[in-house]
Design a protein around this ligand. Structure first.
Ligand SMILES: [Zn+2]
Length: 203
């Protein structure tokens, strides 16, 4: 940890997804230009997130709610329980949900399996996923909705392998969203029509 207050805060920002060293310093200078009250509010909002946000016990999505066990999608009786969509992270869940074209259940995997990884099990929620699909009565199809990059494709193959005996036993089909997307696509940044297309062309 840095003794210089500016660099210390910049180190925190540099750990954020997609933020480099130069940007992290710009964030600090931005904060220095703000009113003390803004900084106090920001600090409080940061401290509040763990108190007021829960993680769903079924799909592992973070949602606003204090001490609640299940998210809105998992408790909503209108949710189509014949479908389960596996996404890498919460931002992908949000993008898919916002598109409004998918009305089934979700599962947040918590990451991708790197091609070089020998301990895939510790990188993603695979045991939790197997448990989730056994618990979901009436499940007919699992949709793998992972980004179309080498790690995403590797994870797709890995999941198909690991899930194959369970899905065969339960009569569940596995499809992938990838075919409707172009190479390098991040789900999180895809627009609604791209997602719609990918969903329609899943295989
Ligand atoms: Zn949920």
């Amino acid at each position: 940890m840095h003794s210089d207050a500016l660099l210390r805060l910049a180190e925190y920002f540099a750990e954020f997804p997609g933020i480099g060293e130069r940007q992290s310093k710009r964030f600090v200078y931005f904060l220095l230009s703000k009113h003390p009250e803004y900084l106090r509010d920001l600090a409080h909002s940061i401290m509040d997130i763990q108190k007021n946000i829960s993680r769903c016990e079924l799909c592992y999505h973070f949602f606003s709610g204090r001490g609640e066990k299940l998210c809105e999608t998992c408790t909503n009786p209108a949710t189509d329980t014949t479908l389960l969509m596996v996404v890498e992270k919460d931002a992908d869940y949000e993008a898919m949900k916002k598109s409004g074209m998918y009305l089934g259940r979700y599962f947040v995997l918590g990451g991708l399996v790197p091609i070089t990884s020998k301990e895939a099990h510790s990188r993603v929620r695979i045991d939790e996923l197997v448990r989730a699909l056994k618990q979901q009565a009436g499940l007919k199809e699992i949709i793998l909705a992972l980004s179309l990059n080498p790690h995403g494709e590797h994870t797709d193959t890995y999941l198909r392998e690991v899930l194959s005996s369970t899905t065969r036993e339960l009569g569940i089909t596995i499809t992938s969203l990838g075919r409707g997307l172009s190479t390098g696509t991040e789900l999180e940044y895809s627009d609604t029509s791209t997602l719609k297309n990918a969903f329609k062309n899943r295989q």
